[in-house]
Ligand binder design. Sequence first.
Ligand code: SAH
Length: 348
Amino acid sequence: MPARPNLKDHGLESLREQLAAQGMRPFRAEQIAGWLYRRGVEDPAAMTDLGAEDRAKLAEHWETRALEVARADRAQDGTQKAALRARDGALVESVLIPEEERTTLCVSTQVGCPLACSFCATGAMGFTRNLRAAEIVDQFCRMRELLPEGREITNVVFMGMGEPLLNLDAVVEAVKLLIHPKAFGLAPRRVTVSTVGIVPRIAELLARVPVNLAVSLHATTDPVRDRLVPLNRRFPLARLLDALRGIPQLSARRPVFFEYTLIDGVNDSLEDARRLPRLLAGIPSKLNLIPMNAHPDSPYRPPPEERIDAFLRELAQRGMTVTLRRSRGPDIQAACGQLALRSASAAA
Ligand code: SAH
């Protein structure tokens, strides 16, 4: 069957043009977005405020779904992870993280990842392809159907499988749908895109969409970062941090969220803790410490509790805003860096 284009690949502006080209009134785009994104209705026949002719055109020319749930798991802490299957059979994972006040969705942007960070399970899978915008926003649509009545997704983090800035156009289009008032309608500050540091694309991302930026730091020296994040050889620490100092959208109100995975004996020394504030000086920032989540593809382990506490104390004494991220859903391999579709064949 020849693939039809998918309505969810288009932000509102682009959708208006597409519809006009097919002889529909451009303002239908907002009605259609209301059905697809606000109400979760994907069958054109059910879009009752469109005329019969427009409904028929949509059904004939357009796809409205991009992903199906292949498998869903729920952890003891309420975290849910799903493997979602695209039309070509590719599988990606999304994670829903319920907290008291909010429900965060963690989305993937690529099938696998080409960057091969040595402590990340996704990195060990290798890279298959980029996701399309429709495949990114459909993670929202499919995952919201797993929530109990009355709960809604309040935050989206681009922290699943893949490197968002290597798939920038699709990520930007997906973000536009997430924050458009006639589409998903999230406040821009509730959307966070995480990057390992594709330096030339960071400024471009923030110039195109008003999201929060997270940067995976993980080390305070180039030799250690080279080992953990091979891309560091191309964009070393000084270059990454200098680029961040020059980005006008960043401010105390919109800081960079640095992620730092603490790994036993690798990047968890008190010298590392002392270097961090100096390294990040001049960048409005918050620091998130994530104890390494162990997985079978990596020799690395989390540090013992006392060392994590000492690291935190050292940073707090130096006046850094720092939080320790508890790992969520480890019993279903849903925690940071554990997304690798170990169950892909069981799910197929
Ligand atoms: N490629 C982007 C988006 C993925 S975000 C990025 O790297 O920023 C996923 C986060 O989890 C990254 O900060 C990543 O470094 C971190 N991570 C990867 N493996 C991990 C592990 N085993 N334990 C804890 N965090 C891990």
